[in-house]
Write a protein that binds this ligand. Structure first.
Ligand SMILES: [Zn+2]
Ligand SMILES: [Zn+2]
Length: 333
């Protein structure tokens, strides 16, 4: 039996839960979970915030572990390999997007949390394509959050060809935002952090932000002027988006990677003036996850995490819910 922590109903504390280990199917890999980060999407899954959770719900999709079993036809990984698993646990591998390595746009993905039992467990099963080798130089205790939080904020670099000439603003400095600051600074960009918890200022500057600005102070925002090439929003609450559109340069964009449930209110005039765009992206492809992990090794980028034992999972989740974690909670067995 596999030991896990499951939500039996929406918005309840997780309970110890055991389930029978499944037999591997074609292309599948069994991973012994070493550690797993807690992402806001896990809380959304536990709470049924998106209306598609099934119970028992075993969340967890920032997994670091070891390959312990491989389907007989699979050849991408070896027993004993250290690997990671993020939001997706499988792809169709046979569509226009999978064919060119854009697996995250595949319309037949399997989700680690929603299609199966996830990483708040002793083991997890995933298809080989979605299982990512972890470079030996990464610190395994802290690497989990890169598999979802990290790739989510790294993807815009690849998608939009961001380089050292660009001025980037990161809205919301939590699990995703603190990694975004480190990535864009390492690229050589000028990075401005927008946050409503100004008590983190010194810390945010140490991570590499050139400026720290209040995310809600209208006057300060207006006075910044139209200087940003890219604003990445990692928050899950609505802000005054028109204020943000007005500080974007011509041809720049406001890019959403945090799931705001309310519709985005924006003025078409703010978009037309300067051909500005509003866009969004989900996690990233296996190819780009590998690229990101190598970038982290090259630039010594690490998630800043608080460690919890799996037995303290409810304590950890409560801390994530109350926004008190600096900057990501990671569970280990
Ligand atoms: Zn996530
Ligand atoms: Zn596909």
């Amino acid at each position: 039996m596999v030991k896990a922590y499951a939500a039996l109903n929406a918005r309840e504390d997780l309970k110890p839960y055991e389930y029978e280990s499944k037999t591997l199917e074609k292309n599948e890999i069994r991973i012994k979970v070493h550690s797993c980060g807690i992402c806001h999407s896990d809380i959304s899954a536990i709470d049924n915030s998106w209306g598609k959770s099934k119970y028992p719900m075993i969340a967890g999709h920032e997994i670091i572990g070891e390959v312990i079993e491989i389907a007989s036809n699979s050849s991408m990984h070896k027993i004993g390999d250290t690997v990671g698993l993020g939001w997706h646990s499988g792809y169709c591998n046979n569509c226009d997007y999978c064919d060119v390595g854009d697996h995250n746009f595949c319309s037949n993905t399997k989700k680690t949390v929603f299609s199966q039992f996830g990483g708040f467990a002793e083991e997890v099963v995933a298809e080989e394509e979605s299982v990512i080798p972890i470079p030996p130089k990464l610190n395994l205790e802290d690497a989990g959050p890169l598999l979802c939080g990290g790739i989510t904020v790294f993807t815009p670099i690849v998608e939009f060809g961001i380089n050292e000439k660009h001025k980037v603003g990161v809205i919301g400095i939590g699990g995703l935002g603190h990694l975004a600051i480190q990535f864009y600074k390492a690229l050589g960009c000028h990075v401005t952090a927008f946050t409503n918890s100004q008590d983190k200022n010194d810390f945010i500057k140490k991570m590499g932000a050139d400026d720290v600005v209040s995310s809600t102070d209208q006057v300060t925002l207006k006075n910044l002027g139209a200087k940003f090439d890219l604003l990445i929003s990692t928050v899950n609450v609505s802000l005054d988006w028109n204020l943000y559109l007005n500080i974007i340069k011509p041809r720049g964009r406001l890019h959403f990677v945090g799931a705001v449930l309310e519709p985005i209110k924006s003025s078409v005039f703010s978009l037309m003036a300067g051909r500005r765009s509003i866009s969004g992206s989900p996690v990233g492809s296996p190819k780009n996850i590998k690229k990101m992990l190598n970038f982290c090794v090259e630039h010594n980028i690490k998630p800043i995490v608080e460690h919890f034992k799996f037995s303290d999972i409810n304590k950890a989740i409560e801390k994530v819910r109350s926004n008190k974690v600096r900057f990501r909670a990671v569970l280990s067995w």
